[in-house]
Design a protein. Structure first.
Length: 323
């Protein structure tokens, strides 16, 4: 268990502000909820005395913070291999394979990215969600950034909230797209199926924007690039289905098997055998939360994604001239 120990002085400019607000400004590396807990427990004191969160400071008081960072995650570490793209004392960037769930939950109590992270670095158990600040769906492959310290986690969450993290995806969709574009459509939980999200124009819909452009066109499919302005659950999958081009292999949102005319056995086998949404988080870019360095990472397409594209390209070469 890690001990937190800080001592400082309330600036005169803070006079008249609440103690909890002042503490949040003095110690931005810690969440407001964590600081509130420490105030109530007496771990944070003002001039050596316990003060209520709403106490108005005068300025010049001595602030002392002495607390234990309790274990935030009780899940067990598991020796699950991780592909680590980058690692320093503040953060990790991993390339998640398709089929690996990020968080334990109903139906997946173990065998997740979180369990693997705890095995890689036991100290992550002291961070909320073991340092995970964003997630990928189980069957989406690609890049994720994970914090290793509280300051890094607080900063990364703030950057994600401000949309200051660049996230780029590659996807194979049904249909031949003529050009790229932008989908600006609010997303909320589907009324008919709690496992699904949907475009919702009512008060439950949250602002969601996806930009996409075409990279390659095949006879009945397209390889596209997607860039997110927002990060809603299933956003790319919902938005592309909304415009009539669901992801190949996405059974939840309608990307079932559809073969081009005269599709040969190789393409038919490749499409039938691709049993996940064809979505890969290929690029991640952000400013390092501690050093300020510009960071950019790329993850190559996984083998199943490459095999699918190869089959689509060969089909186009063999039969495209006839269409």
């Amino acid at each position: 268990m890690t001990t937190v120990h800080h001592e400082t002085t309330v600036p005169l400019a803070a006079a008249g502000r609440r103690f909890d607000q002042t503490l949040a400004e003095l110690f931005p590396d810690y969440s407001r909820s964590r600081l509130a807990t420490w105030i109530k427990s007496g771990a944070a004191t003002l001039d050596g005395a316990v003060a209520p969160p709403r106490y108005l400071v005068r300025g010049g008081e001595a602030v002392r913070l002495m607390a234990e960072l309790a274990t935030e995650v009780s899940d067990a570490p598991e020796a699950i291999p991780l592909t680590i793209v980058f690692e320093d004392e503040h953060l990790l960037v991993i390339d998640k394979p398709a089929g690996l769930v990020v968080h334990p939950g109903a139906g997946n109590p173990s065998g997740t990215v979180l369990n693997a992270l705890l095995a890689h670095d036991g100290g992550l158990g002291e961070l909320p969600r073991a340092g995970i600040v964003h997630r990928l769906d189980k069957d989406t492959s690609g890049l994720m950034v994970v914090a290793r310290t509280l300051p890094a986690q607080t900063a990364l969450v703030d950057m994600l909230t401000r949309h200051d993290v660049h996230r780029q995806y590659a996807a194979v969709v049904l249909g031949v797209l003529v050009a790229g574009g932008t989908v600006d459509a609010p997303i909320g939980r589907s009324m008919g199926d709690r496992l699904r999200q949907a475009v919702r124009d009512d008060e439950t819909g949250k602002h969601a924007v996806t930009h996409y452009r075409v990279r390659e066109r095949f006879r009945g499919h397209s390889l596209i690039q997607c860039n997110l302005e927002t990060g809603r659950t299933h956003q790319i999958r919902v938005h592309l289905t909304h415009i009539g081009h669901p992801l190949v292999g996405d059974s939840l949102y309608g990307g079932g098997l559809k073969l081009p005319r005269r599709a040969g056995p190789e393409l038919a086998s490749a499409l039938r055998g691709f049993r996940r949404q064809a979505l890969h988080a290929e690029e991640l870019a952000f400013t390092h939360p501690i050093t300020g360095e510009a960071m950019r990472f790329n993850a190559p397409f996984p083998a199943d994604f490459v095999a699918l594209l190869d089959a689509l390209r060969r089909d186009l070469a063999e039969q495209g001239a006839e269409d």
